[in-house]
Design a protein around this ligand. Structure first.
Ligand code: EPZ
Length: 419
C-alpha cells in the first residue's frame, strides 16, 4: 500500500488548477446508461473511483473510448449485462447510481448492496423505496438488489431525509418513466444540478434542479450530448484550508466560488484573507494564525460534511476553541484519534468535537480511514514538526487527483512511498 511522507513547516505558496468534481462525474457516467446515442463526458478527474466506474460500465458490455485528456465517450449500444458485481461495488458505493438508469432504460438491474463504510452504515433504503414507488419490483436477497420494471411510472416522492445519490438515482430513473415525478426534500448540491444539466442536454425534462423540489416529466428516449463536469468544490476547499493552516498563499483556479460560500464564510471567520474572482479564489494567511471556528455540517447550501475533517485539522492549530458538529454521518470523526496522536487537543462528545488549538502538531505515523479523513491527515502533516507518514492513502487516491504533485507545486515537502 502506498504511503505519503510529509515534512511539515512550509508555508505553501503558489497556484493550482482544480479538477472536475468526482461526485458529479460518477453520477453523470451512470446517467449515460439512459442514452441511446453516445455521450461524451469531459473534465473527468483522474481518480481511482473513475477507473472503477469505467470497469463497472465496461463489464456490462458498454463501449468506452477515452482520449488523452480523459474525455470519456460512452456508447451503450453494445450493453449485454445489467449487473453491478460485489467486487466493484464494495470498493465504490457510488456504484448504486447505475440502479436507476438500468431500471429506467432496460427494465432490469442486479446491483450488489454497497454495505457500510468507515463513516457510517450508509443505507440505500431511500433509493429502493423511491424506485418501488415508481413501480419497480425490488427484492433484496443474498446481498444483492434484484430489480425489475416493465416501465417505471411517475410518482410523488417525499424523501425522509436529504440524500445526494438518492436524489440523483431517482431523478435519473424519472427521466424515462411514464408521466410526472415530483421529488420533494431533494438534495440541492451543485453536483446534483450538474447531473440535471447533463440529463436536460440529453433531452430530459427536469425543473427545479438546485431547489428542494424536482419535477421531472418522463420522455420516450434520451440522446447523446457532450458534458463538461463542474469543478470540485471539496478539492477547492481542501487546498484553501491547506493555505490557511500553513500561513501561506494559495490561489485555486478553474473553480467556482459560488459552490462553496459556506466554506468561504468559515475561512473569513477564521480571519484569513480571501480574494475571490469569477473562477478563482486566493487565500492569504501569510504571517497569520487562523482563528478556530464553529462548524455544523448539513446538506447544501449549509456547511458540507465533506469539509468537516479538513476544518477539524485547521482548528487543531488555530487560535482558540471550536465546536464541530457532524449531523450527516454517524461516524465521521475517525480522523480525530489520528490527529490526537499528532498532539491535537480534541474532545469527542457524541457527534460533537470540541477543539482547542495548539501552536504546533508533532509528526506521527497515522492511518487514513476514509477519503476526507485522509485529506485532513495530510493537512496536519503539512504543519506538524517532523516527518508524518500517512498510510493507506488509497483512500486519498479515490478523491484527490495527483495530491502530492499539486501540493509539491505549492512548495510542500511531500512524497509518495510506493507500498
Ligand atoms: C454523497 O454520498 C457523497 N458521495 C458523499 O461524498 C457525501 O459525503 C454525501 O453525499 C453527503 O453530502 C457521492 O456523491 C458519490 P447521502 P451519499 O445519501 O449520497 C442517509 C466523499 O467524500 N441515507 O446524501 O451516499 C445516510 O446514511 C463522499 O466524496 C439513508 O439513511 O450520501 C446519511 O446519513 C463521502 N438512506 C445521509 O442520509 C438512504 O437511502 C446523507 O447521505 C440514503 C442516505
Amino acid at each position: 500500500m502506498d504511503k505519503l511522507i510529509i515534512t511539515g513547516g512550509v508555508a505553501l505558496d503558489g497556484n493550482i488548477r482544480i479538477s472536475g468534481a468526482k461526485n458529479a462525474a460518477l453520477p453523470i457516467l451512470a446517467a449515460t446508461l439512459l442514452a441511446d446515442e453516445p455521450v461524451t463526458v469531459g473534465n473527468i478527474p483522474h481518480l481511482h473511483d473513475i477507473t472503477t466506474t469505467m470497469e463497472l460500465l465496461g463489464q456490462m458490455g458498454v463501449g468506452l473510448v477515452v482520449d488523452e485528456k480523459l474525455n470519456i465517450e460512452v456508447d451503450t449500444s453494445t450493453i449485454e449485462k445489467f449487473y453491478a458485481p460485489y467486487e466493484l461495488v464494495k470498493t465504490m458505493r457510488a456504484s448504486i447510481l447505475v440502479l436507476g438508469p438500468l431500471l429506467a432504460r432496460f427494465g432490469r438491474a442486479e446491483v450488489s448492496l454497497p454495505g457500510g463504510c468507515a463513516i457510517g452504515s450508509r443505507p440505500v433504503n431511500l433509493h429502493i423505496e423511491g424506485l418501488t414507488r415508481m413501480g419497480a419490483e425490488i427484492e433484496v436477497k443474498n446481498g444483492f438488489i434484484h430489480a425489475r420494471a416493465k416501465r417505471l411510472k411517475g410518482a410523488h416522492l417525499v424523501l425522509d431525509q436529504v440524500t445526494v445519490t438518492g436524489t440523483e438515482n431517482l431523478m435519473m430513473a424519472a427521466t424515462l418513466a411514464k408521466g410526472t415525478t415530483i421529488i420533494e426534500n431533494a438534495a440541492r448540491e451543485p453536483e446534483v444540478v450538474d447531473v440535471a444539466r447533463c440529463l436536460i442536454a440529453m433531452g430530459a425534462q427536469i425543473e427545479g434542479a438546485g431547489t428542494d423540489t424536482l419535477v421531472i416529466e418522463g420522455v420516450q428516449r434520451l440522446g447523446g450530448t457532450h458534458h463538461y463536469v463542474l469543478p470540485d468544490r471539496i478539492e477547492t476547499g481542501t487546498y484553501l484550508v491547506a493555505g490557511a493552516m500553513t500561513g501561506g498563499r494559495v490561489k485555486v483556479k478553474d473553480t467556482n466560488p459560488a459552490m462553496l460560500e459556506s466554506v468561504l464564510e468559515k475561512l473569513e471567520q477564521a480571519k484569513v484573507k480571501l480574494n475571490v474572482g469569477d473562477d478563482w479564489i486566493e487565500v492569504d494567511a501569510r504571517g497569520l494564525r487562523p482563528q478556530a471556528v464553529d462548524i455544523r455540517t448539513a446538506p447544501y447550501p449549509a456547511f458540507p460534511t465533506d469539509m468537516q475533517a479538513q476544518f477539524t485539522a485547521l482548528n487543531s492549530v488555530a487560535e482558540g476553541s471550536g465546536m464541530i458538529s457532524e449531523t450527516v454521518f454517524e461516524n465521521r470523526f475517525m480522523h480525530v484519534q489520528e490527529l490526537q496522536r499528532m498532539g491535537a487537543d480534541i474532545k469527542l462528545e457524541g457527534n460533537i468535537a470540541i477543539t482547542k488549538g495548539i501552536k504546533r502538531l508533532t509528526a506521527a505515523p497515522v492511518m487514513a480511514t476514509d477519503l476526507r479523513a485522509s485529506a485532513s491527515l495530510v493537512l496536519a502533516g503539512l504543519v506538524a514538526e517532523g516527518g508524518t507518514l500517512v498510510d493507506r492513502i488509497y483512500h486519498i487516491d479515490r478523491g484527490y487527483e495527483r495530491i502530492e504533485e499539486k501540493l509539491e507545486q505549492l512548495g510542500a515537502k511531500i512524497r509518495r512511498i510506493p507500498g
